[in-house]
Design a protein around this ligand. Structure first.
Ligand code: THU
Length: 233
């Protein structure tokens, strides 16, 4: 974590147009941005507060306070209760933002293994890590589980959520590792989310036996939903 430039907090809301952003302050004093991230399959939308809390937990920090101008996120009350979040009325003049960009990585498999130690796997004990290649480096993600099983986020989506909150929308390869999986395989929701942003890019899977397989994201989601009619309604 380092003091980063103020991220451009822009939601990815091509379907509803709703602009929703949130900042979570961790116990460390670092601020984690989150934005609304919609999907062509509407129920896969990630709310701003969920994105920000999972980003914070995914580096071992503990969410302490939140700053969310309206509109509030869906289920905001869940996150407030879950972590006893205190509202921030006014942001301090100097805010230290979480910087998700790792500029250089010489050994991707090693980094993926290391990242698994930060996964929050209260229910599953099944760590997963992801490294998303973007212009200027890599953005990490690990799976984060919370008391509500359906409100955690997979490693791939934590990485995507961090990138989008940081103003990055162009993704290259994503590397995924699940050390306890015989064959590392992104879940259906992650395939859908990866296809929203990088259908023509490669998903590299790092399996238990050290082998690696590469797949175009769109090949992992055959016959996926397509319709321009759903956008900007
Ligand atoms: N998981 C991921 O992080 N990525 C996937 O693509 C598959 C599933 C996580 C979610 C949950 O924390 C655990 O693995 C078991 O489903």
């Amino acid at each position: 974590m380092s003091k980063a430039e103020t991220p451009k907090l822009t939601s990815y809301s091509p379907y509803s147009g709703i602009k929703e952003t949130c900042l979570i302050e961790g116990e460390s004093g670092i601020f984690y941005p989150g934005v609304r991230i919609e999907n062509i399959s509407y129920p896969l939308t990630i709310s701003a507060i969920r994105a920000a809390v999972c980003s914070c937990l995914g580096v071992g920090d503990q969410p302490a306070s939140f700053f969310q101008p309206e509109p509030f996120s869906e289920l905001q009350a869940y996150w407030i209760d879950e972590f006893g979040l205190k509202p921030i009325k006014k942001l301090p003049d100097e805010v230290r933002f979480f910087n998700p960009v790792i500029p250089v990585l010489s050994n991707i498999p090693k980094k993926l293994k290391e990242l698994c130690r930060s996964a929050v796997t209260t229910h599953s004990d099944f760590p997963v890590s992801a490294l998303l290649e973007v212009e200027g480096g890599f953005i990490a993600g690990v799976n984060v589980e919370v008391s509500s099983w359906s409100l955690g986020l997979c490693a791939e989506r934590v990485a995507v959520a961090r990138a989008i909150a940081h103003g990055i929308r162009t993704f290259r390869t994503v590397h995924v590792h699940a050390p306890k999986s015989e064959f590392c395989s992104p879940c259906g929701s992650c395939r859908q989310v990866l296809n929203e942003f990088m259908p023509d890019e490669v998903v590299k899977l790092y399996h238990k036996d050290q082998s690696i397989s590469s797949h175009f994201a769109q090949h992992l989601l055959p016959y996926g939903i397509i319709s321009d009619d759903l956008k900007n309604r």
